[in-house]
Design a protein around this ligand. Structure first.
Ligand SMILES: Cc1cc2nc3c(=O)[nH]c(=O)nc-3n(C[C@H](O)[C@H](O)[C@H](O)COP(=O)(O)OP(=O)(O)OC[C@H]3O[C@@H](n4cnc5c(N)ncnc54)[C@H](O)[C@@H]3O)c2cc1C
Length: 393
């Protein structure tokens, strides 16, 4: 492809794609980003954001914007088993004294994409990419449903979950947990202290409750409305079918798990229920012949670990830094091999540890015993935090 229109086309405007595009554009690269959905849009997510993501927010110039809309600092976690007492653990601050916080996905994703545009990224939206043709030598032709194809020297695949035809092929150890579906809703009110994330559920259902940002762009907040809470859930397909979908799962969790029943006794949904699935946690690929993979397209960490957004933003940042350090897009293979090496060094162990941890925890026998073990051995909680990628004492 002679004289491509752009140096880089990024496919997908989630946290990984927006950070990669924004930081490349900030570094002087000609970048376009194609996102299939109109923003703001909601996304199934626990909305728990580790403090580790703040370095990417800082590079995007968004720390104070984030702080002004995000929910309160999370200092404690309550593990809420269905038939026994709550076990409390503490989140540790990172080296800068920052704690995790929650933010509504429509707000975060819109904020990142808007900033990427301000840095000079050409945004095509809604723009559904159907095929990517080319290689590192020839450059790329990016075919989309709407309008004429885009052309670029390299492509960044930031399209999230796997299984999207030509764009997601290649080696992968990702395992589809086809038996599990996910959903979320914003609820209010909840009897949950501001600094606590509650996790728990019932057999076949794993849920998280967190106070999230007040501002959200998908639906209008009413004056004087109480704080909003994000309820996110991973539920087995059989439970989901038996109880009639997400609303039924929420009702059942409130009935079976007395802690969630108490916390959500008066709650009403503020938003529709958003559902997705199945989960496909695992490490995929990072570079192949001019195609760079970031965020969930490179590796998906299990939803239970609550680190996916952070790893998505950090991988977008790492990619931009690596391409810029290799003089832009003139040496794709060199930049690609460097990015792969750094990605595996920085992140691979976090994906693998998080996924082993979640798989063990989702075993019904283990999860039944886990609360008792955490109660008897408080240091186990810190070990679990460290293993799932969070700062620990
Ligand atoms: C139930 C659940 C709970 C979770 N809880 C948490 C949590 O508490 N904390 C946390 O950090 N993470 C959590 N995660 C994980 C987190 O949501 C993901 O890891 C994160 O969204 C990955 O970001 P990404 O940018 O790689 O992909 P995405 O956010 O999926 O963005 C990909 C974008 O690409 C677009 N796209 C896809 N295909 C195309 C195409 N062909 N053309 C154009 N655009 C396209 C999509 O529309 C989308 O906007 C959770 C996930 C689930 C399922």
């Amino acid at each position: 492809m002679k004289n491509p229109e752009f140096d880089v086309v990024v496919i997908g405007g989630g946290p990984a794609g927006a950070v990669a595009a924004g930081l490349l554009a900030k570094g002087g690269v000609r970048v376009a980003l194609a996102e299939q959905k109109r923003f703001p849009r909601q996304k199934v997510c626990g909305e728990f954001m580790s403090a580790a993501a703040r370095v990417a927010l800082a590079d995007m110039g968004l720390v104070s914007a984030f702080d002004s809309v995000a929910g309160p600092a999370m200092r404690r976690v309550w593990v809420c088993p269905p038939y026994s007492a709550v076990v409390e653990g503490n989140f540790c601050a990172d080296a800068a004294g920052e704690y995790p916080r929650a933010i509504a996905r429509d707000t975060l994703d819109d904020m990142l994409l808007t900033r990427a545009k301000q840095f000079g990224t050409a945004i095509f939206q809604p723009c559904h990419v159907v095929r990517v043709i080319g290689d590192a030598k020839q450059g790329f032709r990016i075919e989309r449903r709407e309008g004429i194809p885009l052309s670029s020297r390299i492509v960044v695949l930031a399209h999230g979950l796997a299984g999207r035809g030509d764009m997601a092929d290649g080696p992968s150890d990702a395992v589809a947990h086809r038996g599990y579906l996910c959903f979320k809703a914003h609820l209010s009110p909840a009897d949950l202290p501001d600094d606590v994330t509650a996790i728990g559920g019932m057999r076949g259902v794993y849920a998280g409750l967190i106070r999230t940002s007040e501002a959200t762009m998908s639906y209008t907040a009413r004056d004087g409305q109480p704080p909003r809470y994000n309820f996110a859930c991973v539920a087995s397909r059989s439970v989901m079918q038996a109880v009639g979908g997400p609303e039924g799962v929420l009702r059942q969790v409130k009935l079976v798990n007395t802690h969630f029943g108490r916390m959500l006794a008066c709650s009403k949904p503020l938003s529709p229920f958003y559902a997705t699935g199945p989960l496909t946690p695992g490490v995929r690929q990072t570079y192949r012949d001019g195609r760079f993979f970031v965020g969930n397209a490179a590796g998906e960490v299990h939803a239970l670990v609550g680190e996916g957004m952070t790893l998505a933003m950090l991988s977008g940042r790492l990619l931009a830094q690596t391409i810029l350090a290799h003089g832009g897009c003139s040496q794709p293979d060199e930049a690609g091999h460097a990015y792969s090496h750094l990605w595996h060094r920085e992140f691979a162990h976090r994906y693998m540890a998080g996924n082993i941890f979640s798989r063990v925890l989702m075993n019904p026998l283990v999860s039944a015993m886990a609360a008792g073990a955490l109660d008897a051995f408080p240091e186990l909680m810190q070990w679990c935090m460290r293993f799932s990628g969070k700062p620990a004492a």
